[in-house]
Write a protein that binds this ligand. Structure first.
Ligand code: UDP
Ligand code: MG
Length: 216
């Protein structure tokens, strides 16, 4: 930290910061629109919380125009990093690469296909900054419109996963989630290379809260 000028008012430690990590696999078509919506939210959060923001786009070996478009997006009002993977590694690996490059403390993960609405970012940030939660995870409000077999499959998956487990992973929790700086630091310390992010983000503990949403 720089020494403060004599007489300068003591600043609060530093403004809170948030890195938004978005894995992209062939998302060229929707990317400009998605980015514009995120930029809008960033402008609002800057005013409301004094939040510093960046977005980390991870191009997971796309074969379409994703990389070129990501690199040509306007870096206002938030910084942009584009991480380019050498081939398609899958979403979990892309999330890990994004986490490695996130610089601003808190980390928010969301999908790049528009299913995770940027409008919800403000709610997640508020649960963190206003209510003091470390892990704000989202869950689909209802699965009623999904086929019965799919719902049964999801039930079975979590039943098996959580069977006799001391720490249960919340059912239906999505990858759309926010981690406070200390929760993100804890996640970074985990040695696993083959990750199941939903499980790890739940396992690290801290104060966790669920937010329901309807995927677009
Ligand atoms: N994704 C990725 N690598 C892949 C597959 C998907 O980075 O190999 C990204 C994709 O671009 C999207 C997110 O991960 O932003 C979720 O992917 P998808 O929508 O296919 O998953 P689902 O909605 O079925 O969970
Ligand atoms: Mg999707």
């Amino acid at each position: 930290t720089k020494p403060s000028k004599p007489g300068a008012r003591a600043k609060p430690p530093s403004a809170p910061g948030l890195s938004i990590v978005i894995p992209l696999f062939n998302e060229a078509k929707g990317l400009p629109g998605l980015h514009e919506r995120i930029a809008e939210v960033a402008r609002y959060l800057k005013v409301k919380h004094g939040l510093r923001l960046e977005v980390v786009y991870v191009d997971d070996g796309s074969s379409d125009d994703t990389n070129r478009i990501a690199n040509s997006l306007p870096a206002l009002p938030l910084d942009i990093q584009v991480v380019t993977l050498s081939r398609n590694f899958g979403k979990e690996a892309a999330l890990l690469a994004g986490l490695d490059h996130a610089r601003l403390g808190a980390v928010l993960f969301m999908d790049g296909d528009g299913q995770h609405s940027p409008n919800l970012i403000e709610t997640l940030v508020s649960r963190w900054l206003d209510d003091g939660y470390d892990v704000v995870y989202t869950a689909k409000a209802s699965r009623e419109n999904e086929p019965l077999l799919m719902r049964l499959g999801v039930k079975t998956f979590y039943a098996l996963l959580n069977w006799r487990a001391r720490h249960k992973i919340p059912e239906d929790a999505g990858d759309f989630r926010l981690l406070s700086p200390r929760a993100a630091a804890a996640l970074r310390q985990m040695p696993e290379r083959n990750r199941f992010f939903k499980g790890l983000a739940s396992w690290i503990g801290f104060r966790q809260v669920r937010v329901d949403y309807e995927p677009a």
